[in-house]
Design a protein around this ligand. Sequence first.
Ligand SMILES: NC(=O)C1=CN([C@@H]2O[C@H](COP(=O)(O)OP(=O)(O)OC[C@H]3O[C@@H](n4cnc5c(N)ncnc54)[C@H](OP(=O)(O)O)[C@@H]3O)[C@@H](O)[C@H]2O)C=CC1
Ligand SMILES: C[C@H]1O[C@H](OP(=O)(O)OP(=O)(O)OC[C@H]2O[C@@H](n3cnc4c(=O)[nH]c(N)nc43)[C@H](O)[C@@H]2O)[C@@H](O)[C@@H](O)C1=O
Length: 314
Amino acid sequence: MDKQSKIYVAGHRGLVGSAIVRKLNAAGYSKIITRTSKELDLRKQVEVGVFFEEEQPEYVFLAAAKVGGILANSTYPGQFLYDNLMIQTNVIEAARQIEVKKLLFLGSTCIYPKMAPQPLKEEYLLTGELESTNEAYAIAKIAGIKMCNAYNKEYKTNFISVMPTNLYGPNDNFDLQSSHVLPALIRKIHEAKMNNESTVSVWGSGRPLREFLHADDLADACVHLMKHCDAEQVGEFINIGTGKEISIEQLALLLCEVIGYEGKLVFDISKPDGTPRKLTDVSKLHHLGWKHSIELKEGAQDAYSWYLDNVIKS
Ligand SMILES: NC(=O)C1=CN([C@@H]2O[C@H](COP(=O)(O)OP(=O)(O)OC[C@H]3O[C@@H](n4cnc5c(N)ncnc54)[C@H](OP(=O)(O)O)[C@@H]3O)[C@@H](O)[C@H]2O)C=CC1
Ligand SMILES: C[C@H]1O[C@H](OP(=O)(O)OP(=O)(O)OC[C@H]2O[C@@H](n3cnc4c(=O)[nH]c(N)nc43)[C@H](O)[C@@H]2O)[C@@H](O)[C@@H](O)C1=O
């Protein structure tokens, strides 16, 4: 991939897609193609095919998807399955038809079995029952991995699949019903502080462990892999993470410190905990020459600053 390559970033307005566009712009890539979901609904196969025929991208970052936290995933499994299957299937097939040089597909570490050994190694895929709260989404993502690998085998494409851990950063989703835990807690703790509330509600027991990677780090890893690692080096897919975990309770306490809130945490056990742990084994990623650089405390401060500058002040 060189600075004149035609690069399509699907989902460019999202948490991941916008980070990838920022990273590519900063590195001097000048031919970046984007479309909003209003301009191009990637669930529509014919429209996707016409777009690829007309634009002829050479590289594709597939960061468009229907994405949400534990409550959204467990409430709308049909939409999560349908939208993600349609989006990824249409884009991967259209990329094959016009012989895109390379495509990077974004999955998620929710693809692993609920009780898989930790840290999660890539070979643990499909070795056990999935976590029920996001099974539909996980099945879609597993189908995407299998499709990229099937196309590499049959059509000799160069399609790589990456499985990031939980992400956060600029352009995250702060809607309290559909978001992930970190942006939800930033908003809830900030609002508790502004409204002088004595408590803030944390869903579940607070005991689950999660790993958090800043979207700018993820974007850096995606560009690194797109530039330097082909399908045979990546293998079936590759984890992207920090290899470090924290409990939800400790995350909430860290965010209270970052935001300057001194009230109490109240745990709402009517909400699901989800999978108890999903810590990535990142040895394969390190072996391919990439390691994260943004630690959680620094990243959380950056995410809160972005929230203040772009959500509160807007
Ligand atoms: N957030 C996280 O914690 C994690 C995310 N991932 C993966 O990273 C990828 C991106 O996630 P994230 O950036 O968080 O998601 P966001 O919800 O922030 O962004 C998703 C993007 O997809 C686009 N999109 C959704 N539906 C359609 C559609 N029908 N047609 C065209 N575009 C569509 C949206 O476009 P528009 O804005 O124009 O509507 C949006 O920009 C996903 O594959 C997700 O599975 C993996 C692990 C963790
Ligand atoms: C990236 C990954 O993200 C999803 O999996 P998840 O990690 O379980 O998602 P989550 O971030 O929503 O929750 C993590 C933990 O945090 C707790 N929690 C506390 N308080 C809030 C809260 O206010 N909101 C949310 N959402 N969770 C909260 C919550 O109860 C749970 O124990 C997949 O659906 C899928 O999208 C996927 O791939």
